[in-house]
Design a protein around this ligand. Structure first.
Ligand SMILES: Nc1nc2c(ncn2[C@@H]2O[C@H](COP(=O)(O)OP(=O)(O)OP(=O)(O)O)[C@@H](O)[C@H]2O)c(=O)[nH]1
Ligand SMILES: [Mg+2]
Length: 288
């Protein structure tokens, strides 16, 4: 059977503490729960920088600590690391075999928060230029701060939509822009049942202003909503199913949106890691 190959270069950005670096480290480590869900999957880190992401998962996540926040340095966007993966997904039922060659850069959350700020306009524009060097984005959010829907997320997306419509006039490739908007940390009890219809049950309900803005400005073939959890639940198998979040929270007073640890590295079933990448690569939605 022939294998389809797809090369994609993506930018991953979004709110601070949304779990962007943890998402990439989890992908690089490819825990056994992910392998169970996609039998025969291989995730091959192709550079030392990418291998160091897999090491973060081994050295930090599996030892129940947290990965350091990604530092924002206004002058240093050109220094953000490149990660380079080969993701081999075998054929399964109706799904065809595919090799996804993925190159990505992981942005600091502070960048996203700065997008709508007038006083940051000059420094942020080179970062936005960098986003527009690709036509595949993952934008990662959480719903921890409901007031951010109106005060941060919506204004950030307004600015991005405005930049998009201005740049489209001179850059035909942007017609092919695909944006996967991902709600992360959905292992939490109140979110878990909503993961199956993230569009209406997560985004429309929890981030309504942002959702309405995006739906109004960007058509469905360029924009899709996803649910994800790098940590997942304790057992995602039918046999032995255990829906408790695979996550424990510190009791040192740190807010849980900032610090949460993997509870049982031995039962690590990440949820929804592959579908946004698969859609970005193929335009087809996978359901988990
Ligand atoms: N509950 C839960 N917490 C998570 C998950 N993924 C990451 N976290 C936690 O969220 C916090 C932030 O994770 P990071 O990966 O550093 O987030 P980030 O988006 O890269 O943050 P910045 O680099 O500051 O923009 C850490 O305490 C993680 O352990 C998840 O799936 N569920
Ligand atoms: Mg980070």
């Amino acid at each position: 059977m022939t294998t389809t190959s797809s090369e994609i270069e993506i930018r991953i950005f979004g709110a601070r503490n949304a779990g962007k670096t943890t998402y990439l480290a989890t992908l690089a480590a490819c825990p056994s729960g992910l392998k169970e869900k996609y039998p025969g999957i291989e995730v091959i880190p192709r550079t030392t920088e990418t291998q160091s992401l897999a090491d973060l998962a081994e050295d930090i996540l599996k030892k129940q600590a947290r990965i350091a926040p990604t530092i924002y340095d206004a002058e240093q966007q050109h220094n953000l690391p490149y990660y380079d993966f080969l993701i081999k997904i075998p054929a399964y039922e109706k799904r065809k075999e595919i090799d996804i060659e993925l190159t990505t850069r992981d942005f600091p959350g502070e960048f996203f928060e700065n997008i709508p700020r007038r006083d940051k306009e000059q420094e942020i524009i080179t970062w936005i230029d960098e986003l527009f060097t690709t036509t595949r984005w993952i934008i990662m959010m959480t719903d921890w701060e409901p007031q951010w829907d109106k005060s941060v997320y919506k204004p950030a997306f307004e600015k991005l939509c405005q930049e998009l419509s201005e740049r489209e006039e001179n850059n035909g490739e942007l017609k092919d822009l695909r944006i996967a908007v991902v709600m992360n940390k959905c292992e939490r009890g109140e979110l878990w049942p909503c993961r199956l219809d993230p569009d209406e049950d997560l985004f429309e309900v929890r981030l309504p202003e942002t959702y309405q803005l995006l739906k109004k400005n960007i058509s469905d073939h360029r924009l899709q909503f996803f649910a994800c959890s790098a940590f997942g639940i304790l057992c995602d198998r039918r046999e032995g199913f255990d829906p408790r979040p695979n996550c424990y929270l510190p009791d040192d007073g740190t807010p849980e949106e900032v610090k949460a640890y993997l509870r049982d590295p031995g039962s690590w079933y990440p949820y929804g890691l592959i579908p946004p990448l698969y859609w970005l690569a193929t335009g087809i939605r996978l359901e988990e």
